[in-house]
Design a binder for this molecule. Sequence first.
Ligand code: FA5
Length: 352
Amino acid sequence: MDDKIIILESLLKDKLGEIKNLVELDKIRVEFLGKKGSVTSLLKGMKDLSNDERKEFGKKVNELKQSAAKLIEEKTAELKKMEIEAEINSMPKFDITTPVDLTRGSYHPITLVQRQCESIFKSMGFTVEDYAEIVTDYECFESVNIPKHHPARDMQDTYYLENGQLLKSQTSAAQNAIIKKYGKGLKENGVPIKAIFPGRCFRNEATDATHENTFFQMEGVMVDKDISISNLIYFMKTMLSEVFRKDIKVRLRPGFFPFVEPGFELDINCLICGGEGCPSCGHSGWLELCPCGMIHPEVLKEGGVDPEEYTGFAFGLGLTRLAMMKYGVKDIRDLNSGNLKALSQFTDDDNE
Ligand code: FA5
């Protein structure tokens, strides 16, 4: 009987030396220590032994059980350690000393034209203002002379939140706040209101080569005594000649916006087709770029400025379309595509 104990112990050691993983180890555990395992079955042969022999043999079988359990426990720890090391070795290596590729980042073309326009207007004494993207109905429409149910709202369907707020459909949503903010300085110190406010706009409309549901505009306002259409035209001309640095054809035609009177559409001759007509300009040869006009007296009044004493102009430049024209991007949707290969080819040479 003792021989059987010695043989089993050496067999267990041999098998433990060969196995490579925890699944195999578990099979061996069951084979030796399970209810029907070899160690347990040793006890079955004890019935033929005398009392003293049975006592002695039972003690030895228990010792074998304990030593087998210990050997299996040690093997379990060894195999777990090996598995963790193998997992670590299979992970991609991160080398903190690898040099950073500084050439990767680049400014988005819309950021480039926005910065350029900001610097042009700053050099002409305008401040640059930031404004919210989520606004109230009052800010976006009512404060700029578009009361509830006014048909002009149909041209600017947008996205509404459950609390009644909305994603601004035009940067004109900031006009009232800007006029209020700087109106005090105008009245008390005679400092003209001169501000631009670029921002992201949203419209619930079908997209095509010149229309996106998310796009950028840059609004500008100037209010002072004796501001006229001549001032408006001067600033528009200066802005366009600085942005393009070459002669470009523009046209000014009447346009209706409830917050200006008179109102104009300023169109740019399509720089993609040279005015011949193509999908980028809706085959008309012209692209609506920067509607503008003289601020409506009601809008000045709503901002706390007396329209009898002061006048002003406002414009709403389509920054995304400006980026299209400046960089020759044929389809506006490419600008929101996130395609880094396409978007990283533009430089900020103009923003020195
Ligand atoms: C307006 O949004 C007026 N708030 C502009 C304005 C401001 C007029 C101040 C007078 C005084 P309009 O909806 O036309 O107007 O948009 C202005 C410009 O934003 C357009 O000429 C165009 O360049 C750009 N734009 C409008 N809708 C889209 C669109 N879906 N995708 C890309 N650009 C757009």
